[in-house]
Design a protein around this ligand. Structure first.
Ligand SMILES: NC(=O)c1ccc[n+]([C@@H]2O[C@H](COP(=O)([O-])OP(=O)(O)OC[C@H]3O[C@@H](n4cnc5c(N)ncnc54)[C@H](O)[C@@H]3O)[C@@H](O)[C@H]2O)c1
Length: 322
């Protein structure tokens, strides 16, 4: 069987590099396309040395449609994993137009380019933010309410429907994967360099000698703090491999989480223990607007459709950061 070649947009990013790692380990060629807006070339240098393979890195914007079409033709791309995006929820409130341009318009155009060039496979990075801020304490199901409350979540939700149109075309294959809170790293070289997620935020504070903050301690949860589903980035990569290799038609969108919730207080405790800073004072302040008490994945669909379940425990994910 000839080796497939996958284009990974955003492939120098935190999640993209872990997908590249997993795909290469499993015999696929990868081509990375990233503006390096947030991505790091050093991660690709690390992967080249680790696997002893050439990994082309095209430094360009996904809104440069001529460039992306030329890359797809030159490298005879079989499938696309589209992770490139803007992902800061707060920033999306300030710059909604830019978020829709990068996350929705560029995805729509990329799908058109894929169609024109006979690329049949497409896996899209979506997010639990499509569910918005549910009142319920039940895990989110894929066919449940989608009420995004930020331009980030809305741009991803609208992009999902474009991806669905694409994969419903005869002979096409793919899905949108809705990641919950991604955590962990396969190697220090591949650590998350953004400050959008709780664990990097807490670590950043501790490194500066500051106290971590809990927003809201009066939620209707066992310890009063918000509960989220933290899924290891290596499991996210495994889910992409399962989707890429699936031979049956996949559902249009699947949650990728662990199905287990952890509270903000529990996460902070784990990080403090892992850094031997267990006696650090923790600030407790008012709730932030828009934070639901509980946001966890119902994970049955990914298990049923492609046999995927997460492997890493939260403790392993946190330990992997040190
Ligand atoms: N990290 C999470 O917890 C999480 C959760 C849910 C969904 N997601 C989604 O997963 C994907 C990857 O997220 P990540 O955490 O790896 O973020 P990241 O910022 O590390 O990776 C995104 C990559 O896209 C690149 N990029 C951004 N705009 C670009 C553009 N216009 N042209 C070309 N490249 C561009 C960045 O340089 C970066 O390398 C995103 O689509 C994000 O929305 C992430």
């Amino acid at each position: 069987m000839t080796q497939e070649t996958w284009l990974l947009t955003g492939g120098a990013g935190y999640i993209g590099t872990h997908i590249a790692d997993e795909f290469i380990r499993n015999g696929k060629n990868v081509v990375i396309y990233d503006s390096l807006y947030q991505g790091l070339e050093s991660r690709i240098v690390y992967l080249r040395a680790k696997h002893n393979v050439e990994i082309p890195l095209i430094k360009a914007d996904i809104r440069d449609y001529n460039e992306i079409e030329s890359v797809i033709r030159t490298h005879k791309i079989d499938g696309i994993v589209h992770t490139a995006a803007l992902k800061a929820v707060g920033e999306s409130m300030e710059k909604p137009d830019e978020y829709f341009e990068v996350n929705l318009d560029a995805t729509t155009e990329l799908l058109e380019i894929a169609k024109r060039n006979g690329v049949k496979k497409f896996i899209f990075s979506s997010t639990a933010a499509v569910y918005g801020s549910p009142d319920s304490m039940d895990p989110c199901k894929e066919d449940g309410d989608k009420k995004p409350i930020s331009p980030y979540g809305d741009s991803k939700y609208q992009a999902e429907s474009k991806v669905t149109d694409f994969i419903n075309l005869e002979g096409n294959h793919g899905t949108s994967l809705r990641f919950f809170n991604v955590v962990g790293a396969a190697a220090p070289e591949l650590l998350d360099n953004s400050v959008e997620n709780l664990v990097p935020i807490v670590l950043g504070k501790l490194n500066k000698g500051e106290a971590p903050t809990i927003f809201g301690t009066d939620y209707p949860t066992p310890d009063g703090t918000c509960i989220r589903d933290y899924v290891d980035v290596r499991d996210i990569a495994r889910a992409h491999l399962a989707a890429a290799n699936a031979t049956t038609k996949l559902p249009p969108a699947m949650n990728i989480g662990t199905g287990r919730g952890a509270s903000v207080r529990e996460i902070i405790k784990l990080v403090l223990e892992a850094t031997n800073k267990g006696d650090t004072k923790v600030n407790e302040v008012e709730r932030r607007a828009g934070d639901p008490a509980f946001l966890c994945a119902d994970i049955n669909l990914a298990k049923l459709a492609m046999g995927f379940t997460s492997q890493y425990s939260l403790e392993e994910s946190v330990r992997s950061l040190f």
